[in-house]
Design a protein around this ligand. Structure first.
Ligand code: PNS
Length: 168
């Protein structure tokens, strides 16, 4: 990596469409371990996202506005390139269950192949969030189910607003 990596800066990358309480749990745990965390929202990941990348950034900023060591940004292209640019020393990924392992293992090793000095650190969320996923939150919400307690209240409000805006 060009230049010395900044002391204990970690990137938590993802789609965050939307941010769940599982993500929040991992971000807060990581913020205890690293001096700075960048929550990096992947742009253009899904063809039909619920929230645009800008909306996702605004939501996550609102949720973490009290945390000066948590930054929110977007990235495009290769994650390791973004990590190099930001001079991060680690990537954070959440592991909810064994089913996450294979994909995460492949990604971590591919990222290590591309950038050997960048470590991937796996964190487990609190048990009550191990079944949560953004995809299920969207499905449950769109079918009229209750998502309170599963996403931050800011996310719930944005989802309600979006729902009424599209006239659903
Ligand atoms: O929340 P997600 O959707 O599981 O996050 C996946 C993400 C954004 C971490 C992954 O898709 C990614 O890193 N994309 C950027 C492109 C890239 O670097 N691909 C190679 C990964 S080995």
């Amino acid at each position: 990596m060009p230049g010395a990596p900044q002391g204990r800066l970690a990137i938590f990358p993802g789609s965050f469409d939307p941010l769940t309480n599982g993500h929040v749990d991992i971000i807060l745990r990581s913020a205890h371990l690293f001096e700075r965390i960048i929550v990096a929202v992947l742009v253009n990941a899904e063809k039909n996202p619920l929230f645009s990348a800008d909306e996702r950034v605004a939501i996550i900023r609102e949720v973490f506005k009290e945390y000066p060591n948590i930054e929110v940004d977007t990235f495009d292209g290769l994650l390791v390139e973004y990590a190099r640019r930001r001079r991060a020393s680690a990537l954070i990924r959440g592991l909810r269950a064994v089913s996450d392992f294979e994909y995460e293992f492949q990604m971590a090793l591919m990222n290590r192949h591309l950038e050997p000095t960048l470590e991937t650190v796996f964190m487990m969320p609190a048990e009550q969030y191990t079944y949560l996923s953004s995809r299920l939150i969207k499905e449950v919400f769109s079918l009229g189910g209750e998502v309170r307690g599963l996403v931050p209240s800011t996310v719930e409000q944005w989802m309600r607003r979006k729902h009424s805006a599209v006239g659903a």
